[in-house]
Design a protein around this ligand. Structure first.
Ligand code: NAD
Length: 477
């Protein structure tokens, strides 16, 4: 595995050193490669070609589509090391985490290669003896996807694999910061036998113009967007003009609730994985720690001790450390939230952890004595900062946890089985982890409620999101 072999996954026509998107390594600011950009007319031509390609693809048997997806999965596994290195170079994510994302991203292709064969309709007991009632499930048509930089590969496979499994075509606009993993994925898909026009990756000259195109082109029947709530709302409003089908995977403000009876070591392990993975730039990561008064001090002490072990470094040099944030702007934003919280009365717990100069690094920070009124408790931090709030009892924990417009993921640590049920039922979130800080998997439906969006990715629900249900009635029997 070398940078040259990783960059070898990119086909020459997808690069453009004169006018492309300059992808910089966030760990050191060095240019990784320049991705070719596509303007509105070029992307519209891709949509039109995709709409032709899907007819032939949709006419294939489910088994034939499944075989192509499986070949794509096999190629991802075969090129896992190069894909991981490319991701580390463009996103800063430490190599071990990047390897994990390649595995996770590939798992969706494997899963949907299997689900492709199980897109069953139904025969419904009829209301009349001379009629039969049935449903067919059919592909929604040509789809468009817009994806973020924090999971440059998995956010794409979660959409493209079910779309292709269902018989759709799809055009993906990747994030400006991380188009290279997306382009490598496209190379492998085409090598596996996915028809070239059926799935294209189109880094944009201007994101908002491509967003507008996706929302207004009559051939696009569904848009799947993963990104901020702010942009999600823009897409939703614009897509209303043609009543397009939408999946919106938006921001979160996950509470991580620790009760007095919790296994504290397990809670700390969950907290470290959930808060500091990807340097805190994960939509489902613990954004606020709500800790019951009886274990508050012990929890903060243990969290500080665990954070002191974190090594902030370039993700290639130290594959298991914590890498940089995506860019300098992100560092400034996170540092600003910390400064503001300290000014509002939060306390910095523990010593400063060293972070290297010369890249977009921010050290991990634990903030104690945080209250609900502070901005840091209400905003998506998207950085390695753990604000810890105190609560008295279960009803207060639930009230604070639900007092947010977001509803993506929530975590609860308690040994009490009855309370586990009450919290699972009472938390207004799309996903709840009990005594575990890592919940994403291809076998389960991932997605939010409230302003975290709607639609589900993964599981059989993920395939259903790319299919229409058609009711048919046969009479005159
Ligand atoms: P972002 O909304 O700024 O960008 C996401 C994508 O939208 C990028 O490809 C960007 O180029 C594009 N975009 C920006 N403006 C646009 C416009 N006007 N029209 C069309 N496209 C536009 O988000 P980000 O900073 O890249 O990603 C971080 C956000 O994504 C966080 O809020 C995070 O919680 C969220 N996220 C959610 C999930 C989930 O599954 N719910 C997963 C990952 C990230």
């Amino acid at each position: 595995m070398t940078a040259d072999s990783a960059l070898g996954l990119l086909r020459p026509h997808t690069l453009d050193s004169d006018d492309g998107i300059r992808v910089l390594n966030p760990a050191n600011g060095v240019l990784v490669a320049s991705a070719r950009r596509y303007d509105v007319d070029e992307t519209a031509a891709m949509i039109e070609a995709a709409d032709v390609a899907r007819r032939e693809w949709g006419a294939r048997t489910a088994k034939q589509r499944s075989d192509v997806l499986r070949a794509w999965y096999d190629l991802m596994v075969a090129h896992a090391e190069d894909l991981a290195l490319l991701m580390t170079l463009e996103s800063g994510k430490p190599l071990d985490e990047a390897r994990g994302e390649v595995k996770y991203g590939a798992s969706f292709i494997e899963w949907f290669s299997e689900e492709a064969r199980r897109a069953y309709g139904e025969v419904i007991p009829s209301y009349a003896t001379d009629k039969r009632v049935l449903t067919l499930r059919q592909p929604v048509g040509t789809c468009a996807a817009i994806t973020p930089w924090n999971f440059p590969l998995a956010m794409i496979t979660r959409k493209v694999a079910p779309a292709l499994a269902a018989g759709c075509s799809i055009i993906v606009k990747p994030a400006e910061a991380t188009p290279l993993s997306a382009l490598a994925l496209e190379t492998l898909a085409h090598r596996a036998g996915v028809p070239e026009d059926l799935f294209r990756v189109a880094p944009a000259r201007k994101s908002s113009a491509i967003g507008e195109l996706f929302c207004t082109h009559p051939l696009v029947r569904k848009i799947s967007f993963t990104g901020s709530t702010e942009v999600g709302k823009v897409i939703m409003a614009k897509a209303a003009g043609q009543v397009k089908r939408l999946s919106l995977e938006l921001g979160g403000n996950a509470p991580f609730i620790v009760f007095d009876d919790a296994d504290l070591d397990r809670a700390i392990a969950g907290a470290m994985a959930s808060r500091f993975r990807n340097a805190g730039q994960t939509c489902v990561c613990a954004n606020r720690f709500l800790v019951q008064a009886g274990v508050y001090e012990a929890f903060v002490e243990k969290l500080v001790a665990a954070v002191a072990q974190v090594r902030v470094e370039d993700g290639v040099a130290n594959p298991s450390g914590m890498g940089p944030l995506i860019d300098d702007r992100a560092v400034e934003r996170v540092a600003g939230l910390v400064t503001q919280a300290l000014a509002q009365g939060a306390m910095r717990a523990g010593e400063n952890v060293a972070a290297p100069a010369g890249g977009a690094f921010h050290p991990p920070v634990v903030l104690a004595e945080v209250t609900e009124a502070m901005a840091i408790a209400g905003e998506e931090i998207f950085g390695p900062v753990a604000p810890v709030l105190r609560f008295k009892d279960e009803s207060e924990a639930l009230r604070i946890a639900n007092d947010t417009p977001y509803g993506l993921a929530a975590y609860v640590f308690t040994a009490d089985a009855a309370r586990q049920w009450r919290m699972m039922e009472g938390l207004e979130y799309g996903m709840v982890g009990v005594n575990d800080g890592l919940i994403s998997t291809e076998v389960a439906p991932f997605g939010g409620i409230k302003e975290s969006g709607f639609g589900r990715e993964g599981s059989s629900h993920g395939l259903a999101d790319y299919m229409n249900v058609k009711y048919c009635l046969v009479g005159g029997l």
